[in-house]
Write a protein that binds this ligand. Structure first.
Ligand SMILES: CC(C)(COP(=O)(O)OP(=O)(O)OC[C@H]1O[C@@H](n2cnc3c(N)ncnc32)[C@H](O)[C@@H]1OP(=O)(O)O)[C@@H](O)C(=O)NCCC(=O)NCCS
Length: 182
């Protein structure tokens, strides 16, 4: 995934999809400043006032060949991202065969087919780069995200009960996985 592609949302708007690089750090920080204000961030781990991610380690993460940070851009503004972080690639037992994945799109651009498109691209990258399994965690109240992953062939394989408290209520986290080379 080294080139950029154009993608037309269901509402007709065209966005560019390309890798996020270390040099995009400021754009990513601006993106998260907006994400935390979006109502749909409620059932994600993002929160208002969260500390800014460390610049050096973030840039290294974006540029690492073990990871894929894929961005959707409206002009020069990052409006969505879908990521794969390989778990313990140096460990001879884990070998980076599991890829932790997550997707966040600004509210204004959701439910327009972008989440599906990003998932398809990152999965292709995972297959081409020897990732055996994709892994995601989703809060049980995040129905849109659960539907999106189930539609893309993920299965719920477990649950972390009482994992968070939102609006004074316990929230569970579903663990979803998709084995790629079966
Ligand atoms: C979850 C998210 C990534 C999905 O991306 P999206 O671009 O909105 O989803 P898409 O338009 O590609 O829709 C794909 C499928 O998701 C489901 N979906 C989309 N919008 C939905 C909605 N409002 N309600 C229920 N299911 C929905 C549907 O199954 C849909 O398939 P279909 O419309 O073709 O039948 C995106 O909405 C998002 O970033 N939300 C906020 C942050 C978040 O919750 N991230 C996940 C954290 S774990």
């Amino acid at each position: 995934m080294n080139r950029s592609i154009k993608f037309k949302l269901k509402n007709g708007k065209v966005v560019t999809i390309r890798r996020i690089r270390g040099t995009d750090y400021d754009a990513v920080m601006k993106f998260f400043d907006k994400v935390v204000r979006d109502p749909s961030a409620k059932y994600t781990s993002q929160y208002l006032g969260q500390p800014k991610k460390n610049k050096e380690s973030s840039m290294a993460m974006y540029d690492s060949p073990n990871n894929l940070f894929l961005g959707a851009w409206d002009g020069d503004k990052l409006i969505g991202e879908s990521t794969i972080i390989r778990v313990a690639p140096q460990n001879p037992k884990y070998r980076g065969l599991t890829g932790e994945t997550g997707t966040i799109i600004l509210d204004k651009y959701t439910s327009n087919g972008l989440g599906g498109k990003l998932k398809t691209i990152i999965e292709k990258w995972a297959c081409e780069n020897g990732v055996h399994k994709l892994y995601a965690e989703v809060m049980n109240k995040n129905i849109r995200s659960l539907n999106n992953l189930l539609k893309h062939g993920y299965e719920i394989v477990g649950i972390k009960r009482d994992a968070a408290i939102i609006d004074n209520e316990w929230v569970h986290i579903h663990i979803l996985e998709k084995i790629l080379d079966k």
